[in-house]
Design a protein around this ligand. Structure first.
Ligand code: SF4
Ligand code: SF4
Length: 375
């Protein structure tokens, strides 16, 4: 049985968040894990530089509270590290840190300044033999995973497991999309990555979450809770139920079940975790066509296989909003996006519908449209 602790956390007010973090770590006896001088990695979600109120990144209040909790116990060998969507360089990450509110007292001195990476083998039998991981992950003796609760255009949700995709350096992430263009393969890779990084504790920022067109362009929804667990899969299950969604519908949890990574039971301790009503709105890219309801049950599987290939979702640029920054082109694994005259163009031919472009667009100029492949 895996335990997930819930603490109602009404706001990002410093004392309220510190109290929540203290309760979580006491229930899980995190202090019992830590040795003097241990190198501790805090892994937030820093998708890209965005002010905390936008709900895209892990709120700095969570990081500040975890750092305070650790330093009060004499643990100062701490590094806050993530590789955003985009480059993994000092200059790029400095901008992300600043925009996300991390270059502030209580956090700034712990921000990662090592932008190298190395390789770690996966366990035997994995489809991915090894992963390139950012050096702070390779050097960490203890990992506290600090995801943000969000919807996601490709993987449906971004919680604890998906947050670890940021351990892959910079523009090697689009490469992983290219290697695993189908969602079922991509999420299996995420599960293997999770096994390889193996966070010790995951603490979820669901004080303000994101629904709709997450992980970058959705709507902030105040949900007022933090969750914490030693088992990242258990935490994802509890968080999905909290969102009013069904765990077995989540591609990464279905893959984890097949890989026998899920706990037999999940016990939620602490405060009552009442599922959100209405449930979280899903990204446009995942909205049902309603087609399934109109065909006999027996034919649904083959019919939706064909329809999925005929009526896929594709990104569409609103040229009036596009500012020509080129971030979409930089993050596109297929390298099909061209920016000309300060406007991005996205052909459907070659597109694998990964929505990295939509994820990275800072002005939300990219929406989702359904259409025939290749047109
Ligand atoms: S155009 Fe967008 S959705 Fe299509 S492959 Fe490139 S990044 Fe992915
Ligand atoms: S679509 Fe968005 S990310 Fe792409 S160039 Fe335009 S503004 Fe930048």
């Amino acid at each position: 049985m895996s335990v997930v602790n819930a603490v109602l956390t009404p706001s990002y007010e410093a004392d309220a968040v510190f109290e929540a973090v203290s309760k979580h770590f006491e229930v899980l006896n995190v202090e019992g894990d830590l040795r003097p001088g241990m190198r501790i990695l805090l892994k937030p979600n820093l998708l890209y530089g965005k002010k905390p109120e936008a709900g895209v990144t892990t709120n700095p209040a969570i990081l500040r509270a975890v750092i305070r909790w650790l330093t009060e116990r004499g643990h100062t060998n701490i590094v806050v590290a993530d590789s955003s969507g985009g480059l993994f360089t000092a200059e790029y990450m400095r901008g992300v840190y600043a925009a996300s509110g991390l270059r502030t007292p209580g956090i700034e001195e712990y921000l990662n300044r090592d932008f190298t990476f190395g390789r770690r083998e996966t366990r035997e039998g994995s489809a991915t033999r090894s992963f390139n991981l950012i050096t702070p992950v390779l050097e960490a003796e203890y990992i506290i995973n600090l995801p943000k609760l969000k919807t996601h255009a490709m993987t449906t949700v971004s919680i604890g497991v998906k947050n670890l995709f940021g351990t892959i350096p910079g523009l090697q992430k689009p490469d992983m999309h290219r290697r695993y263009p189908e969602t079922k393969d991509f999420v299996r890779m995420l599960c293997e990555l999770c096994e390889t990084v193996h966070p010790n504790v995951t603490l979820l920022d669901a004080v303000d979450s994101m629904e709709g067109n997450g992980p970058g362009g959705g709507t902030v929804r105040h949900t007022g809770v933090t969750l914490c667990s030693r088992d990242v899969f258990a935490l994802d299950i509890a968080a999905v139920l909290f969102m009013g969604l069904v765990p077995s519908d989540m591609p990464h949890l279905a893959a984890a079940r097949d890989m026998k990574l899920l706990p037999e039971t999940v016990s939620v301790t602490g405060d009552d975790l009442v599922p959100c009503s209405p449930a979280f709105r899903l990204p446009d890219a995942l909205k049902s066509t309603g087609f399934d309801d109109s065909v006999p049950k027996l034919l649904r599987k083959p019919a939706s296989f064909v329809m999925d290939r005929l009526l896929r979702s594709y990104p569409h640029v609103d040229r009036s909003k596009c500012v020509g920054c080129g971030r979409c082109a930089e993050s596109c694994p297929q390298k099909i996006i061209r920016v000309e005259n300060k406007k991005a163009g996205m052909p459907r031919r070659g597109c694998i519908s990964c929505f990295c472009c939509q994820e990275m667009c800072p002005v939300h100029a990219i929406s989702v449209k359904r259409g025939l492949r290749g047109l």
